[in-house]
Design a protein around this ligand. Structure first.
Ligand code: ZN
Length: 203
């Protein structure tokens, strides 16, 4: 499987990182070795001093597709979940300033945390999903899919122009405003609406 991810998909988040709002989706990938599941702890790697959480809605692809039209994109997934796109922000700043690719700051081992999924049939409007992250019991990041610059179906249409989507692939849809650093000992709990989707510790 592969993990597709979208950068800079929320206006307020782009402001906090001084990024421009993109005119086309910003796409990057993570390998399967980036997956961290089942609420296993995340160990901060020693190559970064600024490890940031990015809480994101994630989409599980359940059908093979290429060049998917936006109007048919909803047929390619049946579950939406919540995950964390861990980012070594200090390294990313250097890469960005040099115009270099992002893999070492975003696609390293365990950088793609995957929580639980909920059926799309339980969600009345996928472009109006509230989600939030609590660290040590305090809400630190809140978002709603209505604020995405590129909605989910458009992301599927766009990415499938370049990459064949396969069953089991995961799409990270971008982070809202409120990213920040994690520290050893933190407990991260993520929610969609009021349903807990993940709960794990930083070590
Ligand atoms: Zn992200």
């Amino acid at each position: 499987m592969k993990i597709l991810a979208i950068g800079q998909n929320y206006v307020e988040h782009n402001k906090e990182l001084n990024s421009k709002n993109p005119t086309e989706p910003v796409v990057f990938m993570k390998p399967d070795t980036a997956l961290l599941k089942n609420n296993k702890p995340f160990f901060i790697p020693d190559f970064t001093d600024e490890l940031h959480y990015e809480t994101e809605l994630i989409v599980k692809i359940n059908r093979l597709g290429k060049n998917i039209a936006k109007r048919y994109a909803h047929r390619y997934y049946a579950e939406i979940g919540l995950g964390v796109d861990f980012t070594a922000r200090d390294i990313q700043k250097k890469l960005k300033s040099n115009g270099h690719p992002w893999e070492i700051c975003k696609a390293f081992d365990n950088s793609a945390v995957i929580g639980n999924f909920m059926p799309v049939s339980e969600i009345s409007d996928i472009q109006n999903i509230e989600f939030h992250l609590e660290i040590n019991g305090k809400t630190v990041q809140q978002g709603n899919s209505k604020d995405m610059i590129f909605p989910i179906d458009e992301l599927i249409a766009y990415t499938s122009k370049f990459f064949t989507l396969k069953i089991g692939d995961i799409l990270f849809t971008g982070t809202p405003v409120g990213v920040g650093k994690v520290q050893v000992g933190d407990r991260l709990e993520g929610y969609i609406f009021n349903q807990k989707m993940f709960d794990f510790k930083i070590k």
